[in-house]
Design a protein around this ligand. Structure first.
Ligand SMILES: [Zn+2]
Length: 477
């Protein structure tokens, strides 16, 4: 009996999701409520939402508009269609593992959390005077309509620039910017409607203790619906960021008891896998056989902050402060084209050692997504002995731990199959642990298109599309 093939790494989110999260993050920044509402943590200074601050976010949204303007359902259908028409000539649909993304904390530099800790150590009387007044006066804060209009116009301008440059992703590029304007207007209108008190966040299975931002909540619901409709071919992963209040509860509701199959971490957004608040989640993952996928390439969409304060838990249980400073980092680590300093710092597979060497966590099922990134894979395949090579580090972890996996998503070069063969011939373990993945819809940005991606991987070792992902997902067909 033929097992179905599995794409262990894809995304079905779209530009509307990202724009929703930008509106929420930006609007909260303006009111001193970012990343938390004043009743969630102590209110800090309001911040001006400057063009410079949001420009990276705007570029990301525009790139999604160029390539991924479709609904999650349409993205799923599109993937099945590309697969069906590919040279794999499949007789049955592909199993997809759509990973959620949590970009809400992209502007968080950790100062809010630190400030809270500092204030909590002060006596109550002193605490009051220590809370600084807002740096943006009420009069300077624009109305929501003005703010949303400004964000929308920035996205449209950037969209036009990007759309003019692209020749790929023809299927998605709208003929004019009109559908884009309509789409953004729709997000703004829904955002406003949801802000009305009548539509509170009640009714969530997690109750009121979980911080649910609009884009996150909407995409979560969409993936649940998609899974319900396609229970045999959709296995969604919940996006986990340790800074989201109530995240452990959310994992219990949506993964342990709900329809999500695994957990997705995206450390370049400004936290380490050894963040203390992730440990209760790892324990849940071990107990309930939940797999974890972690972004492990030097690129991607990183934190928009250049100085980030966070925490790390060592394997002996001590918690230490960690500071990322972009300038200091770049002085000692060369950042090549296509790489991001934040990704190089936070997504380094080396950061996982403290986690998997911790008591009881050595059986965690982890997928190091992208296998360290295409450049490192190719260098390692060509014989590089660089000990800091991420692919080499991941293989080192595969050799030491039973449930360490990797996927080859977002590796579109046509010599990837040869590179994989070269690595497998030196490290047979890779044949048992490497998995096929596309990274659709992100793949559509600047890259070769989804059907071509399938074609490029025609002839990949069958177990990388079936047995390996089945073992990682603990799923039997
Ligand atoms: Zn991805």
């Amino acid at each position: 009996m033929n097992n179905r093939n599995i794409d262990v790494h894809c995304h079905f989110f779209n530009a509307a999701f990202a724009f929703n999260e930008l509106l929420e993050a930006g609007w909260r920044l303006l009111h001193g409520d970012y990343p938390y509402k004043s009743n969630e943590l102590l209110k800090a200074k309001a911040l001006a939402v400057t063009t410079r601050k949001v420009v990276g976010y705007v570029k990301y949204i525009a790139s999604l508009l160029v390539t991924a303007a479709r609904s999650p359902q349409a993205n799923y259908d599109y993937e099945q269609d590309c697969y069906a028409k590919s040279q794999w000539h499949p007789s049955r649909p592909i199993i997809t593992v759509p990973l959620m993304m949590d970009i809400f904390f992209a502007f968080d530099n950790g100062s809010r959390q630190q400030r809270k800790t500092r204030l909590e150590t002060l006596p109550a009387a002193e605490r009051k005077t220590a809370i600084a007044p807002a740096s943006v006066s009420e009069r300077e804060i624009p109305t929501f309509d003005e703010f949303a209009e400004k964000m929308k116009n920035m996205v449209i301008e950037e969209y036009k620039r990007q759309a003019a440059r692209k020749s790929v992703a023809r299927t998605y590029t709208p003929k004019s910017a009109l559908p884009v304007v309509r789409e953004l207007d729709r997000v703004i209108a829904t955002f406003k409607a949801e802000a009305m008190p009548a539509v509170a966040t009640k009714g969530l299975p997690s109750g009121g203790n979980v911080q649910m931002t609009r884009g996150y909540k909407k995409h979560l619901k969409e993936l649940k619906a998609l899974r319900k409709k396609n229970p045999d071919t959709v296995f969604p992963f919940l996006a986990v960021d340790p800074r989201r209040i109530g995240i452990e509860k959310l994992v219990r509701d949506q993964v342990v008891r709900g329809s999500f199959h695994g957990v997705k971490l995206y450390c370049p957004l400004g936290y380490l896998p050894s963040h203390p608040d992730l440990y209760p989640i790892y324990k849940l993952c071990i107990k309930h056989h939940i797999p974890v996928t972690a972004h492990t390439s030097p690129g991607g969409f990183p934190s928009q902050c250049s100085n980030i304060r966070t925490l790390s838990r060592k394997k002996d249980g001590t918690v230490v402060p960690v500071v990322f400073d972009k300038k200091t980092f770049e002085a000692t680590h060369p950042v090549k084209k296509g790489e991001k300093a934040q990704s190089l710092f936070f997504a380094n597979p080396e950061n996982w050692t403290e986690v998997i060497e911790s008591d009881g966590l050595d059986t965690l099922h982890i997928n190091f997504a992208h296998f360290g990134g295409q450049e490192d894979i190719k260098k390692y395949a060509a014989g590089s002995a660089d000990p800091t090579n991420w692919t080499a580090r991941i293989i080192g972890l595969m050799n030491r731990f039973k449930h360490v996996y990797a996927d080859i998503s977002f590796c579109p070069d046509d010599d990837m199959l040869q590179a994989i063969d070269a690595i497998v011939s030196r490290h047979p373990i890779v044949e048992e642990r490497l998995m096929f993945g596309t990274d659709f819809v992100m793949l559509m940005i600047d890259k070769i298109g989804l059907r071509n991606y399938f074609n490029q991987y025609t002839g990949i070792k069958p177990r990388m599309m079936t047995a390996n992902p089945q073992a990682f997902l603990r799923y039997t067909q």
